[in-house]
Design a protein around this ligand. Structure first.
Ligand code: HMG
Ligand code: MG
Length: 304
């Protein structure tokens, strides 16, 4: 391998991280049609919804129906966010290949987001992880606020490591490290990865960037220079965390594809299908999505 990898793996989180922060409720039928489009794109994993408390995230209160109605393509892992045993039971009924558990490196964000201290969260997630593994589900452990917290400011790498160690000891297959509020710059990524990658293998680490300050692509490049090849992203750049004030959407899958394909790095994803999927949701939401390359793709199309 040269300086850059030959291929990267993208997890599409738009149906979960994207829609959880949209004010407008998208109908179940539209979500299903949209996820079915994404399933045809060649993406290897889709986080299709979230089995959190419906009062906390009403946008995704139809997770069960979505899980039951989507057409599952062979080779695609369908995962969902799961906060506790109740969520896992519902998710297993609806059908999942993977469970994504989540907690934060910062105490205040953890409490605002899941109503528990960090220490009280470990046993809850530990049970979810072990029950999910018993039925052969892939389990990803999200760690939020790994760089900055909306309540506590800068977070030290040691705080991130503490949570990652617990999640790995509990049996997660991999870790997704979240720039939840999208404020990190590449030197913060370097400071974290310098520590993280001395402890864990590269292939266990996924980076999850939100793009509030437009730094996500720079942070992805920095992560790739460390050998990281797994990223989460959201069609059109939808999204944000409802319990992280000011957080914008995830880095747009469309922008990652522009970057990777332009650099000759394979993703296995069809840009045209992703483009159509972004326009589909843009129309349903009635607003322009933030993806930069999407804007230009539309402009280029109009010129032809
Ligand atoms: P709680 O109120 O502390 O829950 O909420 P509880 O365990 O005390 O239970 C209270 C009631 O809720 C009980 O019902 C439970 O059965 C019910 P009752 O007995 O009173 O009738 N309940 C549930 N019902 C349905 N589904 C469930 C469930 N759990 C309990 N799963 C809880 C705790 C974790 C549930 C709540 O705080 C919650 O749902 N939080 C979710 C917040 C959220 O979704 N945030 C956004 C996702 S995280 C994110 O976006 C970051 C990420 O993208 C990475 C990054 O960007 O950094 C992943
Ligand atoms: Mg997120």
């Amino acid at each position: 391998m040269g300086r850059w990898p030959d291929c990267v793996q993208i997890k599409e989180v738009g149906p979960r991280d994207g829609l959880q922060n949209e004010k407008k409720q998208v109908t179940t039928a539209d979500k299903v049609a949209w996820i079915d489009m994404l399933s045809e794109s060649g993406v290897q994993e889709i986080e299709y919804s979230s089995f959190v408390h419906p009062k906390w995230v009403p946008q995704l209160s139809d997770a069960h129906d979505v899980g039951r109605q989507i057409k599952r393509q062979p080779g695609v892992r369908y995962s969902a966010l799961v906060p506790n045993m109740k969520g896992l039971e519902l998710a297993l009924e609806a059908g999942i290949d993977g469970a994504s558990v989540f907690m934060s490196a910062s105490e205040s964000h953890n409490q605002k987001n899941i109503n528990k201290t960090i220490d009280d969260t470990y046993p809850v997630l530990s049970e979810v992880i072990s029950e999910a593994k018993k039925v052969n589900k892939h389990v990803t452990g999200y760690v939020s606020t790994v760089f900055d917290c909306p309540y506590e400011g800068k977070i030290k790498p040691e705080a991130v490591i503490r949570v990652c160690d617990e999640l790995l000891d509990a049996g997660v297959d991999d870790l997704s490290l979240g720039d939840t509020i999208g404020t990190a710059v590449p030197s913060q990524v370097e400071a974290l990865l310098d520590v993280v990658l001395t402890r864990y293998p590269k292939d266990k680490v996924i980076m999850h960037y939100h793009d509030t300050r437009g730094m996500a692509i720079a942070n992805i490049m920095t992560s790739m220079s460390y050998g990281i090849t797994r990223f989460d992203s959201s069609v059109g750049g939808l999204g944000g965390c409802p319990y992280a004030p000011g957080a914008a959407g995830n880095v747009a899958t469309n922008d990652i594809l522009y970057l990777m394909h332009g650099m000759g790095i394979e993703t296995g994803i069809d840009e045209r299908i992703l483009h159509d999927a972004a326009l589909f949701m843009q129309n349903k939401l009635g607003k322009t999505l933030p993806s930069k390359s999407l804007v230009y793709e539309v402009a280029d199309q109009q010129l032809v």
